[in-house]
Design a protein around this ligand. Sequence first.
Ligand SMILES: Nc1ncnc2c1ncn2[C@@H]1O[C@H](COP(=O)(O)OP(=O)(O)OP(=O)(O)O)[C@@H](O)[C@H]1O
Length: 245
Amino acid sequence: MTLDVQVRIDRGAFRLDVALEVPAGGVLAVMGPNGSGKSTLLEAVAGLVPVTDGHVRLGDRVLADAASGRHLPPHERRLGVALQDGLLFAHLSARENVAFGPRAQGVRAPVARAAADALLADVGLTTQARTRADRLSGGQAQRVAVARAIAALPSALLLDEPFGALDAATRARVRDVVRRAVATGLPALVVTHDLRDALELADELLVLQDGREVQRGAPAHVAAAPATPYVEQVAAAAAWPDRAP
Ligand SMILES: Nc1ncnc2c1ncn2[C@@H]1O[C@H](COP(=O)(O)OP(=O)(O)OP(=O)(O)O)[C@@H](O)[C@H]1O
């Protein structure tokens, strides 16, 4: 099913104005300087920020529509979400965090736990399955958040910098986990600061600045023909990672 987002969002003095479509099994990477509206976009799709104008649709379901005043609450949107502030349940183990969504949907505990353990193994956290979330490192917590987003068999994935705190080898591994989840037919929106993530994972790259699209296209095309100094800089950082700022 296709994720169809056409929104204007006023947030204090900031305005986000963007339109995008992500097909089933497609990944749209979203990049842009700090404060360009990337998180606001994901939060609006997740239902955490109201849409001032426009709509968010997933397949034939209308998640939000300003004209009719429709605004489905986040837990009714069937989205797999790992946002910047989407903290784990601190007092629960990694396994319990990942199993939480399926348990809430009525999956029996042993089944949910086994599925959680398989996902934790995929992201390289077998030995941390029983560790409380507040005792995980930043990179470990980030991987649990990705596993949790995928575990509940969502209809779409929203990932805000899911690879930010990961070393290169782990990054590739977690990208692979996301790739496999997407291949089951999910549309995915992935915010990243690293063009290499977009090149590796995304079909399309959307670059935002000041709440507006400044460039869009296949990641390799965007990298080859930067439209703004920001894109020029991230392209240089991807080509010469050792010289990245
Ligand atoms: N809760 C809020 N209330 C009012 N304005 C907000 C709120 N959260 C963010 N903003 C504003 O919205 C704008 C976009 O912020 P947003 O977090 O979406 O950017 P971003 O591209 O994700 O940035 P970063 O790369 O730093 O995460 C900023 O100007 C910010 O000040």
